[in-house]
Design a protein around this ligand. Structure first.
Ligand code: IPM
Ligand code: MG
Length: 361
């Protein structure tokens, strides 16, 4: 194949903070091999944005950051946050503006118990294979509200949740479409017994969308009961549909039940493809282990596999996922999973597994 026939994708990488630099470098090393072996190329553009950038420039990213990122086909993000920068500054200066500017309204979060990984649940209960479809642009994460009477005894804070028909419809539709490709079941997280305006609205719109998917079974659960049932009987769940906040919480729970938040991936997806989508591990910047060479790279690498899938390189994505699975099954693991290997050894093993496995084209 001559070079010009190879598809080429422009990828923006933002290592961000903490272990992000280590995990993104690991994922890039893997992707360089995957792309070479699979007949496409990746053109990387790296942006040094994050808390360090904030402390030196006063902004988490350049003022034309969104414009720069808009030129890419996809974005690979490491992690954001550092103890000496308040979270609401770091996250609302980088991660959340990207999700919103690019209308990445789906946060897609698979969690699967892989061979070689131990769940905190009893083995008889631990067969977990779920995908959380989290609404990613509205809901409880809203800028509407404020604080008054600061420092006084009657100080107040008000924060309004914003739910729109369009927002609920489109995320529900995504969940039902996804369920069609899996088990045909959607569990929708609600809390209409306590939150009396937005949640009944959520339930109504989800039910309306469900009418268009008679082949998919919709079950509504109050989110508290859903959390308990996830622990007691995770096998009953497949696609879990949740608002921004509920999906956030439930996807940490499902990741932990599947053995480690160090492995779990996330796609922030604009299904219309008008904007680039962004892929990131769900774990944080882990300041406590920065620079020790022991960060688990698999969450980042699995996120990179989701990115390849989104770009249309499904065979490479599947082969990469299988490589991750075979490395874990062989017991090549970082300390967060009870192993003794470092980031480099795990990354090398993924590359070796990928090369051994080959890509079915
Ligand atoms: C996530 C994170 C973020 C979120 C935080 C860091 C703002 O927890 O991606 O799940 O809540 O969206
Ligand atoms: Mg979260």
């Amino acid at each position: 194949m001559i070079a010009s026939e190879r598809p080429s994708y422009a990828i923006a990488s933002i290592p961000g903070d903490g272990i992000g630099a280590e995990t993104v470098a690991a994922a890039r090393r893997v992707l360089d091999v995957v792309s070479r072996e699979s007949g496409f190329s990746l053109e990387w553009q790296e942006y040094p944005w994050g808390c360090e950038h904030y402390l030196t420039t006063g902004a988490m990213m350049d003022s034309n950051g969104i414009e720069l990122l808009a030129k890419s086909d996809a974005i690979l993000l490491g992690a954001v946050g550092r103890p000496d920068v308040p979270d609401h500054i770091s996250l609302w200066g980088l991660l959340i503006p990207i999700r919103r500017s690019f209308d990445q309204y789906v946060s897609l979060r698979p969690a699967r118990l892989l061979a070689g990984v131990e769940s905190p649940l009893a083995p008889s209960r631990a067969a977990i294979d779920v995908v959380t479809v989290r609404e990613n642009t509205e809901g409880e994460y809203s800028e509407i509200g404020g604080r008054i009477f600061r420092g006084q005894p009657h100080e107040q804070a008000v924060q309004e949740a914003v739910f729109t028909r369009v927002g609920i419809e489109r995320i529900a539709r995504y969940a039902f479409e996804l369920a069609r490709t899996r088990s045909g079941r959607v569990a929708s997280a609600t809390k209409s017994n306590g939150i009396v305006h937005t949640m009944p609205f959520w339930d109504e719109v989800v039910a309306e969308v469900a009418m268009q998917y008679p082949d998919v079974e919709l079950t509504r659960y109050h989110v508290d009961a859903l959390a308990a049932l996830l622990v007691l009987d995770p096998g009953r769940f497949d696609v879990i549909l949740g608002s921004n906040l509920f999906g956030d919480i439930l996807s940490d729970l499902t990741a932990a039940l599947a053995g480690s938040i160090g492995i779990a991936p996330c796609g922030n997806i604009d299904p219309t493809r008008r904007h680039p989508s962004m892929f990131e591990p769900i774990h944080g910047s882990a300041p406590d282990i920065v620079g020790q060479g022991i960060a688990n790279p698999l969450g980042q690498i699995w996120s990179a596999a989701m990115m390849l899938e989104h770009l249309g390189e499904a065979a490479a994505a599947k082969a990469l996922e299988r490589s991750i699975e075979s490395v874990l099954a062989a017991g090549i693991k970082t300390p967060d999973l009870g192993g003794e290997c470092g980031t480099k050894a795990v990354t090398d093993a993924v590359i070796a597994a990928f090369l051994a496995e080959g890509v079915a084209r």
